[in-house]
Write a protein that binds this ligand. Structure first.
Ligand code: SAM
Length: 320
């Protein structure tokens, strides 16, 4: 997945004149903090230098993960046309860019972000873009109340892992109260990220939410460790991105886990493909999560006719 050209250009402008060696060192330290999921009371992005490193090496991946999650919502709920959006832990506004790409009719956005430097950066990116009117608010979602009327679409991407585990249920409850229609949570596609998604899923179902993606059911998740539910998006790396990471390959795979819940039940969903399909000559094996709450592999061969054709055209994350 590529960033939309206006976002790509805005990121390139923000990175103009930044010393590459400095960017690479900061990006590597930042990636290490994210990998370790360090929660030491300090914001991962506390300086402009860290915010720029995030733009160079993380934003393309988090954009791709959020955009793919929203595409799954749009597919599950073709009638859903949000007008208002709330993004919690907005960082540089990644999710707003993804949401307005998915639903160009968005009318108005509220972005809540704890880090003032991230907010400045996000304001800079949005300055010359055709985005819906944006209100930024510097606030701590774990401490401050969300002062907003419920919004059609609420997104929290790559934030749960930064919150104290004891505070997560309270934040999720606030998020659900702030949701008029659909709530989307995205996390890194690690076993720990999936576990956080599972905990949120249980809590929000108990609060009356309908799961609309990726699970085609509201039963307990059929996967058990060491397996975990995650998806992957191939992300194009710009030259700056490659240089900042000291990488030659022009792409990377971003693994993510996500959950979309709604106050409105979605039409019955087909099975979800929860691993990369294995293709052979005249056959394809899909790992499926099914609407009866089971999961397992299913082989389709040419003898299955139209079903085989659909299965062999579908990718990891699609619903069948
Ligand atoms: C990894 S970044 C994700 C940014 C953006 N959502 C994205 O997907 O690119 C996590 C963001 O959550 C913010 N954050 C963490 N804890 C927060 C809190 N308690 N209240 C508000 N924002 C918070 C951080 O400042 C950071 O901007």
């Amino acid at each position: 997945m590529e960033l939309p050209p206006p976002l790509r250009q805005a990121v390139d402008r923000a990175l103009e004149g930044v010393a590459l060696a400095d960017l690479a060192t900061t990006a590597s330290a930042l990636s290490e903090r994210y990998r370790q999921e360090r929660r030491d009371g300090r914001s991962h992005v506390g300086s402009r230098r860290e915010a720029l490193a995030y733009l160079a090496v993380r934003l393309p991946a988090t954009y791709a993960a959020v955009r793919a999650s929203l595409a799954a919502v749009a597919q599950a709920r073709p009638d859903f046309a949000p007008r208002t959006v709330l993004d919690i832990g907005a960082g540089p506004g990644t999710a707003l860019w993804a949401a307005s790409d998915c639903w160009p009719g968005l009318g108005d956005a509220l972005l809540i972000e704890a880090s003032p430097v991230f907010r400045d950066c996000g304001e800079g990116l949005a300055a010359e873009a055709h985005l819906p009117p944006v209100t930024w608010r510097t606030a701590d979602v774990a401490r401050d109340t969300i002062e907003s009327a419920p919004r059609d679409l609420v997104i929290m991407a790559y934030v749960l892992n930064e919150l104290d585990p004891e505070l997560r249920p309270k934040v999720l409850e606030r998020l659900w109260r702030a949701t008029a229609d659909t709530l989307v949570i995205v996390e890194p596609g690690t076993p720990a990220g999936w576990q956080r998604i599972l905990d949120a899923r249980r809590q929000l179902i108990d609060l009356g939410a309908h799961v609309i993606a990726p699970c085609p059911h509201a039963h307990d998740c059929p996967l058990a460790p060491p397996d975990w539910c995650h998806f992957a998006e191939r992300v194009a790396r710009s030259r700056m991105h490659r240089q900042a990471k000291g990488a030659d390959v022009p792409w990377e795979d971003e693994k993510f886990s996500y959950l979309a819940l709604s106050r409105t039940a979605a039409p019955a969903a087909g099975a979800r493909i929860i691993a990369r399909p294995r293709k052979g000559s005249g056959r394809v094996t899909l790992k499926l999560c099914r609407s009866d709450g089971s999961a397992g592999e299913q082989l389709y061969s040419r003898r299955d006719g139209e079903l085989y054709k659909r299965a062999s055209r579908s990718g990891w994350g699609s619903s069948l």
